[in-house]
Ligand binder design. Structure first.
Ligand SMILES: C[S@@+](CC[C@H](N)C(=O)[O-])C[C@H]1O[C@@H](n2cnc3c(N)ncnc32)[C@H](O)[C@@H]1O
Length: 278
């Protein structure tokens, strides 16, 4: 049994690591490509990138070809399973990246700023997983060069109906998700994290829909069963929880489906790039 939230998250991603790259119709491959397309102007030859919660290296690895041999790329993640895959890919492809297994909420022990700081810091599809995103981003700015950029994202509340339902029924069935869904309900709440960290918001936008689907409330039991196969929600399938969770899941889905009994889900993110002024 995990003894802390960070250990629970790390276990969850260890379990997802083998199938991560192809999961959700390769959503994360496409999302990290979006990152790189917006960051290309700053990832010039010789530049430095710190990729936080780097996972299997989907952003980290291609970034190295932009900054070249003189550039520096560092990837940090708390999940050994995710990092093992990233390390294996970098070895196979002969790409020189510094990997660290560490909690990105506090980078101090890694002493990363000693070489003058980074031009770019990224945290793709992971901000919501941190216990205090505001504190974390503020800490990150300490290893960012003046004029450097931070880019991160959060999912729209409407982007994952199943996750929203588990978050809302969790307390009633004695389970909680390992992250707080209530922190980012608006695009402004993402901007505020940047502003509180002393970063100037340079660009903020809603992403394209990476996928969409119609959800029929009559399918509740099948949707619930499929969700339990995902390590993110597996705890809702444990003995003594499953039956009550299914009842609550079905009730909430019907409520959201309203008179039509149908919902549309679109996988979209709010994306933000901020700049450190001094
Ligand atoms: C959805 S994945 C994103 C991975 C990668 N950034 C990408 O876009 O493909 C979330 C990652 O955040 C990592 N993570 C979550 N909390 C973390 C923390 N406190 N410190 C370091 N990594 C963390 C997980 O281990 C996982 O690899």
């Amino acid at each position: 049994m995990p003894t802390s939230n960070i250990e629970a998250i790390s276990d969850m991603y260890d379990a997802r690591s083998a199938s991560y790259d192809s999961s959700n119709n390769s959503l994360h491959i496409r999302q990290t490509k979006t990152y790189l397309s917006h960051l290309t102007p700053y990832l010039h030859p010789g530049a430095s990138l710190l990729d936080l919660a780097c996972g299997t290296g989907l952003l980290t690895l291609p970034a190295k070809s932009l900054v070249g041999a003189q550039g520096r790329v560092v990837g940090i993640d708390v999940s050994k399973g995710m990092l093992d895959i990233a390390r294996q890919k970098s070895q196979e492809q002969g790409i020189d990246i510094e990997w660290y297994e560490h909690d990105v909420s506090d980078l101090t022990p890694l002493n990363l700023g000693s070489t003058g700081g980074f031009d770019v810091i990224t945290c793709a599809s992971a901000l919501i997983l941190l216990p205090s995103p505001s504190t974390a981003v503020r800490n990150w700015t300490q290893v960012l060069k003046p004029g450097g950029r931070v880019m991160t994202d959060v999912q729209l509340p409407t982007a994952n109906i199943v996750m929203e339902i588990f978050a809302s029924i969790g307390p009633g069935v004695g389970q909680t998700l390992k992250w707080d869904m209530t922190l980012f309900r608006t695009q402004d709440s993402l901007c505020k994290v940047f502003e509180d960290a002393g970063l100037e918001v340079e660009q903020v936008w809603e992403s394209e829909a990476y996928g969409s689907k119609e959800v029929d409330v009559e399918d509740a039991e099948r949707i619930f069963g499929k969700a339990l196969q995902n390590p993110m929600f597996a705890d809702f399938g444990t003995e003594g929880v499953r039956d009550r969770a299914l009842v609550e899941f079905t009730r909430r889905l019907k409520e959201l489906g309203g008179a039509e009994g149908q919902l549309r889900e679109e996988t979209r993110f709010w994306m933000c790039i901020g700049r450190k002024l001094s």
